[in-house]
Design a protein around this ligand. Sequence first.
Ligand code: GLN
Length: 289
Amino acid sequence: MQLMQPSGVRAELAAGTAELTAAGIASARAEAELLLAHVLGCSRTRLLLGDHVGPAEAGRFHQLLNRRATGVPLQHLTGTAPFRHLELAVGPGVFIPRPETELLVELAAPWLVAGATVVDLGAGSGAIALSVAQEFPVARVIAVERSERALQWLRRNAGNRQAAGDSAVEVVPGDLTDPALLTGLSGGVAAVLANPPYVPESIRAGLPAELAHDPDEALFAGPDGLALMPAVAELAARLLRPGGFLGIEHDETQAQAVSRLLSGAGCWVSVAGRPDLTGRPRFSTAVRA
Ligand code: GLN
């Protein structure tokens, strides 16, 4: 027997896909499904089994499609972004977590053992920190964030996850260039993870429209995007215990520069560039000597 979609859902998805395709959106069908599922309050797979779409729901769906077509990110329309096993609340004022960052958590896994303290620098919505807390509940997790607006999202996500039974994440408002940041932890941290801003200012004009919805301060770091890397490396060197792990995300063009920075500092061993799932060198890792 063939599984039939109710005509309302099928027609709405066809119209939605056409609208998003016309707006130049690459995964138009998938995004239309996610938006309609959001409006109907069901999962994407449940769409197939759903009822017809009422006029109010159709109206709401088309409103969201119009906003998506003008470049509002899908995640701001649904209010959530998936990251590893989490659904994080996101919206204006916080960086939308990207799937490639998920790998950073895995790279750190051997260090995330009982008694380990882990610091996420520039935590944004909390994607890395909250994933560590969920998947490695024996670790103590600290999330550092500077932006007041991002901190609101971070606290909300941390509260949601704790209420759902995950181990707590300590949220620390702070700037990673501040020499007094987390001084009580100096020399005692097992792993420092960071997805700092690294987009070069010089490529701003050529970036996709969606990026305008991420906070500038989460994206850009000087003309070459590397402005914050020395501060990340210095802070990590101060925080980590000997044998502790540093994992940094960066652009694929920055792997050499970051590895040179770490190798030149004299306090790191096992400096390595790590590929993402498509083989691009998107992470650098090092161990505190
Ligand atoms: N990966 C992001 C992007 O290209 C940038 C993330 C960052 O600067 N930390 O949109």
